[in-house]
Design a protein around this ligand. Sequence first.
Ligand code: GUN
Length: 299
Amino acid sequence: MAEIIDGKKAGEDVAATVAKATAELVAKTGVKPGLAVVIVGEDPASQVYVASKSKKARECGFHSVQHTLAADTPETDLLALIEELNADAAIHGILVQLPLPAHIDSGKVIQAISPDKDVDGFHFINVGKLGAGVLDTAFVPCTPAGSMLLIERVRGRDLSGLNAVVVGRSNIVGKPMANLLLAANATVTIAHSKTKDLAGLCQTADILVAAVGRPEMVKGDWVKPGATVIDVGINRIPAPEKGEGKSRLVGDVEFAGAAERAGAITPVPGGVGPMTIAMLMANTLVSACRAAGVQAPKF
Ligand code: GUN
């Protein structure tokens, strides 16, 4: 039976480091990390995510502001708000919660955020730095950055000689994840819906990252014995066994079967999820340290 990787504990460790470094930064320089979270519309899932990001920011000792805009807010108003936040010296991190309503061009909004405050790591400048392996001045997207910390807990920082397979090629997870694994010396393959013999490919993976957004798509017998399995998916599926209308969360990996073969595996919930928010805090702290000319802690 695999080791179950405790993302909640790992996320708490990161948040504790952030809170301590924040107190030191404030004491030494008077600079308090500031995070602005912007949400447009009333999508219930997004509201839950945004509320927990703002709460965690306050717990870390940050200056935390939330801008909640109506669903019919014109794109020009959102862009004007971003300009304001770009120019606000008290704000070190700007996060615009996605998805945005259909009348707003998400790409345009993301590229309007100053790359120096882009704690999501979605701006082309940060995407390019990660692609070029210039990690010391980049912002790395939070979910892959958090997944990488979990992998390091099991495998260490140097993944030389290990085969990594990333299932999923999104800009938010799959592609940055592959770049991080490559920067850590893994031999990386990105698989997706058009890949031939996905099962066979996954069976070659010492590190298997599933980020496809399809419930339990990666089957237990696709897992190489002893592999490290990182399940990025969070899918809500019907659970009639719990009662009528009930549901439960599952990942992109068939957990029970995979846990029998893996060396270590992340659960859903309690695996990658808590790391995402923790890394947002880490990125915001790092941004404030850069603004203050102070060395940031290593995560
Ligand atoms: N929506 C779902 N995940 C994310 C994320 O990591 N960042 C932003 N901005 N929106 C999201």
